[in-house]
Design a protein. Structure first.
Length: 120
């Protein structure tokens, strides 16, 4: 009996702008931002900066970070955490890329950071 994750296909890698993001709307909770960097690595974070809730999906991706469009905070795409001297983290979502298809963990989509919707 394997306890494999249940994955939900979101889009293809090429559907995400290079150095940009695409938003995934959930039934409950804030949107998830799916990012693509210049090396076609794909990351997923809650679409809210830990600082003032800015939409990270509208930020500029560089390396493995995204700059929040509101106050230019640098957020790591690997861990969702702000780079020093700034502090705070936004939830990170597991991503799987297979045959060019980007999938997110269905359980995380349904449960992770749902309470953050109230703050939106």
């Amino acid at each position: 009996m394997s306890n494999t994750n249940e994955w939900k296909v979101i889009c293809r890698v090429e559907d995400i702008p290079v150095l940009g993001a695409r938003r995934v709307v959930r039934e409950t909770g804030a949107e998830v931002a799916v990012f693509r960097n210049s090396e076609d690595k794909v990351f997923a974070l809650l679409d809210r900066c830990p600082h003032k809730g800015g939409p990270l999906s509208q930020g500029i991706v560089y390396g493995e970070s995204v700059a929040c469009p509101l106050h230019n905070w640098s957020i790591g795409l690997n861990d969702g955490c702000a780079k020093a001297p700034d502090e705070g983290c936004t939830p990170r979502f597991a991503v799987k890329v297979e045959d060019g298809q980007v999938s997110l963990d269905l359980n995380e989509l349904n449960t992770l950071a749902i309470e953050d919707a109230a703050a939106a």
